[in-house]
Design a protein around this ligand. Structure first.
Ligand SMILES: [Zn+2]
Ligand SMILES: [Zn+2]
Length: 114
């Protein structure tokens, strides 16, 4: 028997709102460091610590990202290499590209779309 399913979305690695506040603080700090890192060693270390802080394994991509959806209070933390994401801000003064998680890319408009 064939079971029809919706497009399979990769579930988020974690939910920001589900973290303890000290985890959120460490995560935020690490993501900021990664964003401002001037070299790969600093970036990788910050990402490793961010993953450690929220008790997940760093994905093979070496990065994690928090949903940048401006349409909802989405708190999904995911692998930016996962399928189905929407790149919100590809360039700029940041190391970290901004992504909407797969669920938001599916059901919410891009934050800066005119
Ligand atoms: Zn989202
Ligand atoms: Zn959203």
């Amino acid at each position: 028997m064939t079971v029809l399913t919706h497009t399979r979305l990769t579930p988020p690695l974690a939910y920001y709102d589900g973290l303890y506040s000290f985890q959120q603080q460490v995560f935020d700090t690490c993501m900021e460091h990664a964003d401002n890192a001037a070299d790969a060693v600093t970036y990788n270390r910050a990402m490793e610590l961010a993953a450690l802080a929220i008790a997940i394994d760093l994905p093979a991509s070496g990065s994690i990202a928090k949903c940048a959806c401006g349409n909802c209070g989405c708190d999904a933390i995911f692998d930016p290499a996962a399928p189905g994401l929407r790149e919100v801000e590809p360039s700029g003064p940041y190391n970290l590209p901004r992504y909407q998680c797969a669920a938001c890319a599916d059901s919410h408009p891009a934050p800066h779309e005119d």
